[in-house]
Design a binder for this molecule. Sequence first.
Ligand SMILES: Nc1nc2c(ncn2[C@@H]2O[C@H](COP(=O)(O)OP(=O)(O)O)[C@@H](O)[C@H]2O)c(=O)[nH]1
Ligand SMILES: [Mg+2]
Length: 254
Amino acid sequence: MAASAKNHVVVWMNYLQKSVEMGDYSVIGVIVAVSVVLLTFLVFGLLRQRQNKRRGVLILGNCDAGKTLLYTQLIYKKHNQTFSSISPNSGNYTVAESGKTLRLVDLPGHERIRQQMLDGHKDLARGVIFVIDSSSVQKEIKDIAEYLYTVLSDNRISNMSPPLLVACNKQDMSFTKGAKVIQALLEKEMNTLRITKSAALQDTSASNNNTYLGRRDRDFTFNDLKPMKIDFVECSCQEKADINAIQDWLAKIA
Ligand SMILES: Nc1nc2c(ncn2[C@@H]2O[C@H](COP(=O)(O)OP(=O)(O)O)[C@@H](O)[C@H]2O)c(=O)[nH]1
Ligand SMILES: [Mg+2]
């Protein structure tokens, strides 16, 4: 059986060799086409493998947005644990339905160390959760947009294009803004930032962030950052926590 299969292969190889020598273009065409298909599968397979190796989910956001509380809710299902806000916290999160594990990393949001924190962890990012305090978003919009802009325009992040979830937190408080309003506020602020940042880029050549965000021919929208998928959800992490939307998103990206 094995011998006859080997014979078949030898016969085929001889046929192909002869056809190529004789300049039979249809056979050459088929060989080229098959090689291209195989190579494409190989490249996609390798990319997929690399993407699957990244298991980290970075929890980013400004100070007091609720990153650490979200982290403890997700990992320990508790709201009263005290954790460091100066160094990163990290722990495994297992998706109930699939049993897949993600590595959640809660990164401090202090302005001085943001970039350093991002640089130290971005290579592992399978996804990013950007937490916002919906009760103070209007007052803090400049700082929030600035941070989000830094993340989105980071060269490595924009190359990897991990899915990003904007978690509009503290929905239990009064006078909070909803996800739709926050998205609109951010888009407006990012549009302004985009103008000032790209003007500044022409003077200096910042190494980490030189991606132009969105389309030049119209106002900034998160939708224009494709292939990066950006979603907005509402949540709250205090006592009667409501983090279902975040857990659903984690299950999707795992
Ligand atoms: N009411 C309310 N307070 C929250 C919520 N999430 C966080 N907090 C509070 O906001 C403060 C900052 O939270 P923390 O997790 O330390 O924020 P971080 O600096 O982003 O890590 C703490 O006092 C939390 O108890 C929430 O969903 N609702
Ligand atoms: Mg914290």
